[in-house]
Design a protein around this ligand. Structure first.
Ligand SMILES: C[S@@+](CC[C@H](N)C(=O)[O-])C[C@H]1O[C@@H](n2cnc3c(N)ncnc32)[C@H](O)[C@@H]1O
Length: 262
């Protein structure tokens, strides 16, 4: 996009909805329960909130969760937050503002002052899928503290992600790892990595995305490594930040939906 927000000629020729669909296919290949997990998270929102609410999508990528939420709840609004210029560009291209109900925010979760970039006011829900595992333990704790201040009392928090067992539960981790290997074979994580890499390599060939890739690389240089916080780290940090009723609502091994109420 040029400075005034208009699309360049190259950008107008990109099939953004097809890119979003290819993102979904690639993500689903890592996590065959992905749609079921989205559905369950939205069921929880439906059971907890009135029809009109505003939710945050933390680490939205190109907006897979945001789109599903906005389709399911026609009076809802979403603020989608991510700091990857490439996936956000794809999301903006594929979904736009969803009829004025979707706002895109470029911010780094857990970074200082990230909530200052959000629209003003308090939110009714904060959801995240397959994203918070990128945060280190201290950044996750800071993110939850900041988030708590921007959620109204009674707001719903849901995180659908891989949340491993911690050091106190090594036995569970081992048995889950063995079952996983028996069911899928040792080669699976290598093939997951290949699918992910192949998607990024293909998308990087699109000329209109070049400036976004350049910015992505510039930002990656300042990004801390993958954190992979344990479930117990999430639970403790949420409680310290003032959340209550913190617990796992659904899980298949370490693939879980963690719930909390502000
Ligand atoms: C695997 S994608 C998941 C995207 C989407 N939630 C989904 O389920 O398809 C992880 C996303 O988290 C974002 N992310 C990771 N760490 C982040 C941070 N500290 N701040 C903002 N976004 C972050 C990445 O840029 C990426 O778009």
């Amino acid at each position: 996009m040029v400075g005034d927000g208009r699309m360049t000629h190259g950008e107008r020729n990109v099939n953004w909805p097809a890119l979003l669909r290819s993102w979904d296919v690639q993500q689903e290949s890592f996590n065959p329960t992905r749609e079921k997990r989205f559905e369950l998270m939205l069921d929880v929102l439906g059971a907890s909130l009135p029809a009109r609410f505003t939710a945050l999508d933390l680490g939205s990528g190109p907006g897979s969760l945001s789109a599903r939420l906005l389709r399911r709840f026609p009076a809802a609004r979403v603020v989608a937050i991510d700091y990857d210029p490439v996936t956000q560009r794809i999301g903006r291209g594929a979904l736009g503002t969803f009829g004025g109900r979707l706002t895109w925010v470029d911010a780094k979760l857990g970074g200082r002052g990230w909530t200052d970039r959000l629209p003003p006011g308090k939110f009714d829900a904060a959801l995240s899928t397959t994203a918070l595992h990128w945060l280190t333990d201290p950044n996750l704790a800071r993110m939850y503290r900041d988030l708590a201040r921007r959620l109204r009392r009674g707001a719903v928090f849901l995180n659908g992600d891989h949340m491993p067992w911690g050091d106190d539960d090594r036995g569970l981790s081992r048995v889950a790892g063995r079952v996983y290997e028996l069911r899928h074979g040792r080669a699976v994580s290598r093939s997951e990595w290949n699918t992910w890499k192949k998607w990024w390599d293909e998308v990087e060939k699109i000329p209109a995305l070049r400036p976004y890739f350049a910015e992505r690389k510039r930002r990656a240089a300042h990004h801390p490594r993958h954190g992979d916080p344990a479930l117990s780290v999430h639970v403790t940090a949420l409680r310290h930040a003032g959340f209550r009723d913190v617990g796992v609502l659904w899980q298949v091994f370490s693939n879980r939906v963690l719930y909390a109420r502000r």
